[in-house]
Design a protein around this ligand. Structure first.
Ligand code: BTN
Length: 253
């Protein structure tokens, strides 16, 4: 066990630090499966050897530089079709944290929940859930934020350090993240879905701008108008609004 986080009220009060592991999501999922762990249990690490990203991608890190953390949530109040709202609140909490250190104009969320500074990705979220029938028993909310890493092999990746020249204390940033996540989670619990959607739309990358996407196997121009009530992306192509899930579209430029 490791230190508890001070700012949040119920997240991060039980914490497990691993100097390295395959994946904090994997570790927390296995703990949650085995025993009745409390909501808010956090697992974080200095290095993941098999970090998991969206769409089955790997999530890579330089040891000791970034935030690699998973949080156990028990959002039994959400019906399965509303589970996507957890992605939104995690993204919004990450923006709250980053805005404390970076000019707010440049930080946004790329649908569904990639965290961007200008046109580069600084963080990502992966939520893995377990259901009992149609009840969401628990969700493991995994977040990776590139904090102090000095370089990347990927062209469109960045870190807070590369953008600001500032080294941050990762524990402080995690403390802040949990505090903001808790704030958004309580809004969700209290039925403030509209407010969450409004905040999300206000921070959505490329919203109301014309960009290129791969759709139906070819590059097409379109304009993002937002997301629908199930979290699908609404994209206007040739005056028609179409809905997409994550596997059906690729962002180009
Ligand atoms: C993405 O592809 O954008 C999602 C990346 C999610 C990475 C985080 S790091 C902590 C947690 N453990 C994992 O294996 N993945 C998530």
């Amino acid at each position: 066990m490791h230190k508890i986080f001070a700012k949040p009220l119920f997240l991060g009060k039980k914490v497990l630090f691993l100097s390295q592991c395959h994946s904090t999501n994997e570790e927390l999922l296995s703990l949650a499966r085995k025993s009745n762990e409390p909501e808010g249990l956090v697992v974080y690490t200095d290095h993941q050897k098999k970090g998991r990203g969206q769409r089955g991608n790997a999530w890579l890190d330089e040891p000791g530089k970034n935030i690699l953390m998973s949080v156990l949530l028990r959002p039994g109040f959400l019906i399965p079709s509303k589970q996507y709202l957890l992605n939104l609140i995690a993204g919004l909490a990450a923006l709250d944290v980053l805005r404390e250190v970076i000019n707010s104009q440049t930080i946004s969320l790329k649908w569904p929940n990639d965290i961007y500074i200008d046109e580069k990705k600084v963080g990502g979220i992966l939520i893995e859930s377990a259901f009992k029938g149609t009840i969401l028993e628990y969700a493991v909310l995994g977040i990776g934020i590139n904090i102090n890493q000095g370089g990347f092999n990927l062209l469109n990746a960045t870190s807070v350090f590369l953008e600001t020249g500032i080294h941050l204390d990762r524990l402080d940033v995690m403390d802040d993240f949990l505090h903001y996540l808790e704030k958004w989670f309580l809004k969700l619990k209290n039925g403030k879905e509209e407010l969450i959607l409004e905040a999300y739309h206000n921070n959505l990358l490329w919203k109301d701008e014309l960009h290129s996407f791969i759709v139906d196997g070819r590059e097409q121009k379109g304009m993002i108008s937002g997301i629908d009530q199930n979290g699908k992306l609404k994209l206007e192509i040739d005056f028609e609004v179409r809905l997409f899930n994550i596997k059906e579209i690729e962002f180009i430029r």
